[in-house]
Design a binder for this molecule. Structure first.
Ligand code: FPP
Length: 252
């Protein structure tokens, strides 16, 4: 039987990738930075720094293969529970990353967007994010959606509240509410649902990520830690995805 952990010693053969059946949208839970660092006797923040290198490679590979959307779980609504120092290091890393990379991303036609309630982020992070979003807003290449202070339940509740208000104000009829209408109230409005969700680090959870949007996503798990995730891992994940039989509840 094939191991569900897809990082095997076998070298990935790019020829196994069908370029005409690539996923349009890949979502990633960048997990395992802390454990990667611990294994090396380093502080957790060193793991997050190394995670940025992996991120760079994944963005480059997605661009190369003309993937439409890449959604990255960078900071959840629950991550505020982490020690203040770690939260602050993550926010600083985000600023550092955007400052350093935004020109290159822009040059490569990447469009930066965020999902989540970014209003709670520190002012300098917010400033950097807004300027990156603004600079890249007309780009037509890979859309990189960074999930910041994002929680799937929170996103759904906010959507419900907005719709309830509209009903209360007699702006819409309850009968008008269907899946399509509801999606207009999500952060991901206008973006196709993820075709696949990648979670490295040996965890098998969804951790409040894109709860609505993943209804028919394919999951890909691996026991490698995020900082070790590279071009080859991504290609392997896509090759595995292409072997899945997606029926969306129907039959073939
Ligand atoms: C999970 O690993 C990772 C995070 C909570 C943060 C991910 C952030 C980055 C890779 C860098 C910043 C992001 C951007 C977009 C510039 P963990 O800390 O939970 O690892 P562990 O489970 O091993 O402790």
């Amino acid at each position: 039987m094939r191991n569900i952990f897809s990082k095997s010693s076998k070298k990935v053969d790019e020829k196994d990738l069908s370029l005409d059946r690539l996923p349009k949208h890949i979502a990633v839970i960048m997990d395992g930075n802390g454990r990667w660092a611990k294994k090396r006797g380093l502080p957790r923040t060193a793991g997050h720094k190394a995670g940025i290198e992996a991120l760079r490679e994944v963005i480059r590979t997605c661009s190369e293969f003309h993937i439409g959307y890449l959604t990255l779980y960078a900071f959840s609504t629950e991550n505020w529970k982490r020690p203040v120092d770690e939260v602050s290091a993550l926010m600083q890393l985000l600023v550092y990353y955007l400052r350093k990379e935004v020109k290159e991303l822009h040059k490569n036609n990447v469009k930066i967007r965020t999902i989540g309630d970014i209003s709670r982020l520190p002012e300098n992070s917010l400033k950097e994010i807004n300027s990156a979003v603004n600079l890249t807003k007309n780009n037509t290449g890979l859309v990189v959606n960074i999930a910041l202070n994002y929680g799937g339940r929170n996103e759904i509740i906010n959507g419900v509240k907005e719709i309830c208000q509209k009903v209360k104000d007699n702006e819409i009829d309850i009968e008008k509410i269907d899946e399509h209408y509801f999606e207009e109230f999500l952060y991901t409005k206008g973006i196709p649902d993820p075709d696949m969700v990648i979670r490295p680090s040996g965890e098998f959870r969804i951790s409040n990520f894109l709860l609505w949007q993943i209804a028919y996503s394919e999951f890909w798990f691996s026991n490698i830690f995020w900082p070790d995730f590279n071009r080859e891992s991504l290609i392997q994940a896509i090759i595995d995805y292409q072997k899945r039989d997606r029926r969306f509840g129907g039959i073939k």
